[in-house]
Design a protein around this ligand. Sequence first.
Ligand code: NAD
Ligand code: 0WE
Length: 257
Amino acid sequence: MTDFSGKRGLVVGVANKRSIAWAIARATASRGARLALTYQGRFEEHVGELAASLDHQPLVLPCDVAVDADIDAVFAKIDQEFGGLDFLVHGAAFAPREELSSPFTETSRDGFRTALDISAYSLIALARGAAPLMERSGGGSILTLTYLGSERVFPNYNVMGVAKAALEASMRYLAADLGPRGIRVNAISAGPVKTLAAAGISGFSGVLGVYRDRAPLRRNIETSEVGEAGAFLLGPAASGITGEVLMVDAGYHAVGM
Ligand code: NAD
Ligand code: 0WE
């Protein structure tokens, strides 16, 4: 089992205990990592309570990933408190609600901009902030969360599918750019999980049911399984892996019918 003692990580995208980013935070913190958790304004209380439940008390910082000054402040604080950074988990995604229920052809310019800004560009901005701290620490590992809707059409996933395609391409370009500095960049493509982000999707139980019926493992995944795979990609066992999308979806992606 990977040891994260002495490792410092930043986790972006925890809203509550069901968040996939929280599962990755737990998997690394339970192996000794010291964490900084960021929250989006309205989740301050929830994230503060979760943070208090970890072994090593994490830094808890506000960060709206659409705001460059927020991102700058996060890395300034991490530099000051940790003096470096070993890993980054990116789990922020958002598209305006109406974009996930209207016909795709009705995607608005503003909805497209928001979805791509929050869900894809934010990885680039966070990687840029993290890179100098990681380089100073002798390298690092960056992990983002994606979904199969980047490659295949799922009803109503719409502009989020486009944003995830941009996110995965950004992940590969970052891997190429940061690899020479010892920084790896990867993604986990998770199967559907009933998180807060999913609760806002009408027909989500239907998606869970289709996966349960058709996935090779004949079940849905647990967030803890994404946590374990995340700890693998973030840790030394994955030292030769970068620019990769690891499917953690009970095998659903492999099936044609
Ligand atoms: P979640 O709601 O727990 O997490 C989404 C996070 O995005 C929240 O913490 C929210 O605060 C954050 N966020 C949104 N806008 C933000 C902003 N402007 N600034 C900062 N943070 C912002 O849901 P989740 O399912 O754990 O989602 C985490 C990631 O996993 C997302 O990238 C999502 O696309 C991906 N994913 C989810 C599923 C699923 O079925 N739940 C499947 C595959 C991939
Ligand atoms: O990435 C996601 C969903 C992300 C998301 C969710 C919301 C709901 C609330 C982004 N923006 C918003 N905006 C809101 O207002 N997933 C991978 C989960 C998901 O969403 C689907 C899925 C799956 C899986 C939508 C349709 C079909 C499948």
